[in-house]
Write a protein that binds this ligand. Structure first.
Ligand SMILES: O=P(O)(O)OC[C@H]1O[C@H](OP(=O)(O)OP(=O)(O)O)[C@H](O)[C@@H]1O
Ligand SMILES: O=c1cc[nH]c(=O)[nH]1
Ligand SMILES: [Mg+2]
Length: 220
């Protein structure tokens, strides 16, 4: 497994921290029930969000403390946009907006065909014009990468100029696909770990199983 680093072109940030590793281990454990899984995913995303928002834009603001005037910063406008990819990305939304209180939220509903592994979009609710916006896309799993590539291409088409994908787990195959398909676009991926490989069903190994099902139960 990779621990940290940068893949050429696209920035890949693997958050190397004992609390992240501890929470991720419990998420992976098949004995972890849905309520605990939801709580840990929420906690983990706040730790990842801390790294993912390192370059969030701020502007200077003059304030008065009880002792003296001083200059600080506040989150700049236009407001950042957070886009969870339904379903599983919803489990990361609260943790992210807790750290980014000024953010607006858009939604992308996407599903991966279990046989072909092709991603398709079934719902979209986002501003038409994202020019100049910093966008944070949330999806716990970067497996083949098909879902995030389609999602990020849509954001770039709408003018987003700075996209960060926050994922809990990534596969090397998905990282490579993003690097290939999104070359030349300003994309950062922040993850808790990059695992070994995908199995023949497109699942991350060792992974954590089906994130959507573990958060919300089997959809069908
Ligand atoms: O990198 P990829 O190979 O495209 O796979 C990753 C996608 O698969 C899962 O979604 P799923 O289609 O299971 O939908 P769900 O979130 O509704 O369960 C996961 O939440 C990602 O969105
Ligand atoms: O391992 C995987 C791959 C895709 N989607 C998941 O939920 N888990
Ligand atoms: Mg699923």
């Amino acid at each position: 497994m990779l621990s940290a680093g940068t893949v050429m072109g696209m920035r890949l940030h693997v958050v190397d921290h004992p609390l992240v590793a501890h929470k991720l281990t419990t998420l992976r454990d098949q004995r972890t029930d849905s309520p605990t899984f939801r709580r840990l995913a929420d906690e983990l995303v706040t730790l990842l969000a801390y790294e993912a928002t390192r370059d969030v834009r701020t502007e200077a603001v003059d304030i008065q403390t009880p002792v003296s005037p001083t200059t600080g910063v506040k989150l700049a406008r236009p407001r950042p946009l957070v886009v969870p990819i339904l379903r599983a990305g919803l489990g990361m939304l609260d943790g992210m907006v807790r750290l980014l209180p000024t953010a607006e939220v858009g939604f992308l509903g996407m599903i991966r065909n279990e046989e072909t592994l092709q991603a398709s979009t079934y719902a979209s609710r986002m501003p038409e014009d994202l020019s100049g916006r910093q966008v944070y896309v949330l999806d716990p799993m970067l497996a083949t990468g098909g879902t995030l590539v389609v999602a990020i291409q849509e954001l770039i088409k709408r003018g987003a100029d700075d996209v960060t994908a926050v994922v809990l787990l990534a596969a090397p195959e998905g990282v490579a696909l993003m690097e290939r398909e999104l070359a030349g676009t300003p994309v950062t991926v922040v993850t808790a770990a990059v695992d070994d490989h995908l199995n023949e069903h497109g699942y991350i190994v060792p992974g954590l199983g089906d994130a959507g099902d573990r958060l919300y139960g089997a959809a069908e």
